[in-house]
Ligand binder design. Structure first.
Ligand code: CP
Length: 312
């Protein structure tokens, strides 16, 4: 693996899942691989899980870790080629990415979408600019349109908790007061398309994800129908893609309750708003996998970093 910008960078998803599960049993087996290697974790946005689990993954492999909060602790970056930088931006991505590349062996980046400029978000300007001007592998820690470390985590969690060969997995939209990005549902949909699962998506009308991502995945607008006989229910809010970044409805009847979940396992990437996305009763039950899922963030990241280190 030469980079991890999206799920397409994985050659063999089933193989990588098994490698991550093996790392979970023996996390310190490859400490020599990362010795004298450094990862730079660069954040334009907040994080709890991604920041700590990626750091832990790198340390498990013997790497050094440097973290930079680009919004608060660094210069404001310019991404436009040929820009006359006489306003707020103090440093161009060309210099920034080249300089950081001299300090680190792998660069990992989090940069959320604007949710106001669809064309710019779809271009993945920040992630792609770092990739273009960095001379080291780049890892996506959630970009405008993708969260592939989360999706790999979710795939690992489903494999670990499946009791049947081809489980039914439902991605359901759930209400939220604020406009949220599409990165998690996009990447989850892609991962499920790469796995041998019975996968469908349910959401209110107007909340269709990018059709280039959902492709021929079944979309069911009746949530109860979609959830019938589900083995895994993955709840997530996202804002409208067609009416870009808008909150079109806040229908509380879409919240996941114990009755809706029935016998399925509950998944969410976290952070989650209790009694908005999902009821306390579900989150506090044995059917919730959210804590185990968050634990798997470490081993998903570790499996990816190991592949990158082995390719150097
Ligand atoms: N799921 C996830 O990416 O969590 P953080 O935003 O806390 O990193």
């Amino acid at each position: 693996m030469k980079q991890y910008l999206d799920l397409e960078d994985i050659n063999d998803l089933d193989g990588l899942i098994q490698k991550a599960i093996a790392l979970k049993s023996n996390p310190f087996n490859h400490q020599d691989l990362g010795r004298n290697k450094t990862i730079g974790l660069l954040f334009f946005n907040s994080s709890l899980r991604t920041r700590l689990s990626t750091q832990k993954a790198a340390q498990n492999l013997g790497m050094n870790v440097m973290t930079l909060d680009l919004k608060t602790d660094s210069w404001q970056l310019e991404f436009e080629d040929g820009s006359i930088m006489d306003a707020n931006t103090a440093e161009h991505i060309k210099e920034a990415a080249a300089v950081i590349s001299q300090y680190v062996d792998i660069m990992a980046l989090r940069a959320f979408p604007t949710l106001t400029d669809k064309a710019q978000d779809q271009k993945e300007t920040i992630l792609k600019s770092f990739q273009k001007y960095a001379s080291v592998p780049v890892v996506n820690m959630e970009s405008a349109t993708a969260h592939p470390l989360q999706a790999l985590t979710d795939a690992i969690t489903i494999v670990e908790h499946s009791t049947i060969k081809r489980p039914k997995v439902v991605l359901t939209w759930a209400p939220h007061p604020r406009a949220l990005p599409h990165a998690v549902p996009n990447s989850f949909a892609k991962a499920m398309q790469m796995m041998d699962v019975d996968f469908c998506i349910t959401h209110p009308k107007g909340y269709q994800l990018n059709p280039e991502i959902t492709r021929n995945t079944r979309i069911i607008y009746d949530q109860d129908e979609a959830l019938m006989n589900a083995d895994f229910v993955y709840a997530k809010n996202w804002s409208s893609y067609a009416d870009y970044g808008k909150v079109l409805c806040n229908d509380q009847s879409w919240m996941i309750t114990s009755k809706k979940l029935n016998n399925a396992k509950f998944m969410h990437c976290l952070p989650v708003r209790r009694n908005v996305i999902v009821s306390d009763q579900v989150l506090d039950s044995d059917q919730s996998l959210v804590i185990q899922q968050a634990n798997n963030r470490t081993y998903a990241a570790q499996a990816v970093l190991k592949e990158l280190l082995e390719s150097m």
